[in-house]
Design a protein around this ligand. Sequence first.
Ligand SMILES: [Zn+2]
Length: 453
Amino acid sequence: MNEFAFKGILQKEGWIESVKIKTNDDGIILAIEKDDKTTHKDYAIPGFQNAHSHAFQYAMAGLAELHPITETQNDFWSWRKTMYQIALNISPEQLEHIAAMLYKEMLRNGYTHVAEFHYLHHDKNGIKYNNQAEMSQRLMSAAQTAGIKITLIPIFYQNGGFGKKSEKEQRRFISNSIDDYLALFQSCEECIGNFPNASVGYGVHSMRAVDTENIIRLSQLKKESIPIHIHVSEQLKEIEECISYLGQRPVEWLSNHIEIDENYHLVHATHLIDEEVEYISNARANVVLCPSTEGNLGDGIFPLKQFLKHNGNWSIGTDSHVGINPLEEIRILDYGQRLITHNRNTFGNRDSGDNGLLAIESAYINGKKAMGIDQNDFFEIGKPLDALVLSCEHPLLQSTSSKNRSNTIIYSGDSSMYKGTIVNGKWVIDKGLHKNQNIDTHFLKTMKELNVR
Ligand SMILES: [Zn+2]
């Protein structure tokens, strides 16, 4: 049995001061007790859940910002061309090294679980590997090396656009039929037995990339308890094409053809009309918002204020990994809303009115759902101890009362406040450091080989 003593832990209802958490050797919480006798140190908040990641894109973080004067178009679609060039060149081993580095950095930033939206399935010529789950397995192995939990979401990617055959550059992503996809899913599912902190979810790349009858079919075939993720309504062009091909907007089409529920995670959902906002929130489905990537790509701003009026569920993800700081994701999300509504009260529309706490709650509880896990509180008996630990000696935290502590962390926190990250009751990051330096060595070698930076 292990014991952790904290000066404070954050629960859904707020801070509990002077707490001892006891875990078994697997890191499962056995007891959460008030304990005034021990000399307590530091504050624990739940480990952040990163509900949307494309690990290989970490190789191009910061690379799409040289904008020649002569270039007329520089948007999502031109960014995608650069991304495809990298996707086409990565070997399984290189993917594993890039992902391990990324996951280590996620842990350093306070994420303890990642949902990997994975579509780079086949070899460089678009031929299936002998083990269909080769690339998926590399991602699970990278997660294990780094010490982060992973929900691997093998993605169904079939077409190059609405009614269009896939493009040559997409050859590594493609499943030709639903049976093809289900075989891929099954081989990933079989793999997870080899990785103690891995699980699987279903994924559809987007409405434009999969035949609608297959989207319907998958929604009927899927096992109920397993989450399903889909990119939706990120780009205006995609919505226009959807309307001209299907006669309906993407979320509108979903509402007319599929019974979505709390296991559905709609990634981005940037451009919604009122009826679509209501449809998603009434179905208790979730949106996964990726504010640093959405901002970087110039996607647009999700109508969060309106969504929250209907008690909508949202989580965060770092998507392209141009930023991998959860505090930054929440701030960009919040400040985007403040800038367009001229109102500072983004999350605080219920209960305590404590913006920071409400943001942590939504990102955490719905983030867990994105991994297929039901979680009622931040730290619970019978659940693993996964936490981001913040130093009580940081001048801002040392001088702040408990009622302002969550907001001090969310709005004014940075890595200088971080003490470390605990996963399954073990310090994976201790005083900012990860024990495994090989991860960096392999990553640097890989980046040299790829020669893109
Ligand atoms: Zn994405």
